[in-house]
Design a protein around this ligand. Structure first.
Ligand code: BMP
Length: 215
């Protein structure tokens, strides 16, 4: 699974990149930079090409979190990302909304950035336990720390592991797939490359190769 992190801020460019890479990706992750500049309707536009994961990293009280999730799914999202540190009530509330829409929920364990080791990493094992208990679809684990991906994989049971932090942030596709990722999330390495199409094709081939080798 290769998820395109489409963090461009121009609606036309976003649609262009999604279109030319769509053959090689399994889903498009939409984050605040795109939604805040192009509007929430970009989710519906992109969902005509590929399933869209709304990366709103929801981390509010359950009521507000439900409202955010409802808007994302009503706008055509197939999946949503919620912060595990917000706690089980928030994650459960988001899952309830997702269930009504037949959508998937991914829980962030610890951020791939350095800051993810300051506070989040101390609790990410517990976050995985909670995600399992609540029965979400998957977790987001840091491709910048292969050893953590391996540990989180062991704890995650049947949950899917999606890993951002590849290439531009330093994560290696081979190492992360070997550590047990089910898929990778890649943004700048694709959309900032001179040929996003070729880059997506290359990365997708590498992921397929790893799936054969390690799964
Ligand atoms: P890039 O490949 O350009 O570094 O983008 C990674 C994407 O994944 C961004 O949308 C970022 O917000 C997201 N992300 C991340 O990098 N690390 C995390 O721990 C969680 C994320 O959602």
């Amino acid at each position: 699974m290769l998820v395109l992190a489409l963090d461009v801020t121009d609606r036309k460019r976003a649609n262009e990149i999604a279109e030319i890479t769509s053959k090689y990706i399994s889903a498009i992750k939409v984050n605040y930079p795109l939604v805040l500049s192009a509007g929430i309707q970009i989710i519906e536009e992109l969902s005509e090409l590929k399933p869209v994961i709304a990366d709103f990293k929801i981390s509010d009280i359950p009521y507000t979190s439900s409202l955010i999730a409802e808007i994302a799914f009503d706008s055509g999202a197939d999946g949503i990302i919620v912060h595990g540190f917000a706690g089980s009530d928030t994650v459960s509330a988001v899952k309830k909304v997702a269930e009504r829409h037949d959508g998937e929920v991914y829980v962030v364990t610890e951020l791939s950035s350095e800051g993810g080791t300051e506070f989040m990493a101390k609790h990410s094992d517990e976050i995985v336990e909670m995600a399992k208990r609540i029965g979400v679809h998957g977790i987001i684990a840091p491709a910048t720390r292969a050893e953590r991906v391996r540990e989180l994989r062991e704890k995650a049971g049947r949950l899917k592991l999606l890993c951002p932090g590849i290439i531009t942030q330093g994560g290696s596709i081979d190492e992360i797939m070997k550590a047990g990722a089910d898929g990778i999330i890649v943004g700048r390495a694709i959309y900032s490359s001179p040929s996003p199409e070729k880059e997506a094709e290359k990365i997708s081939r590498l992921v397929q190769g790893c799936l054969k080798k390690y799964k």
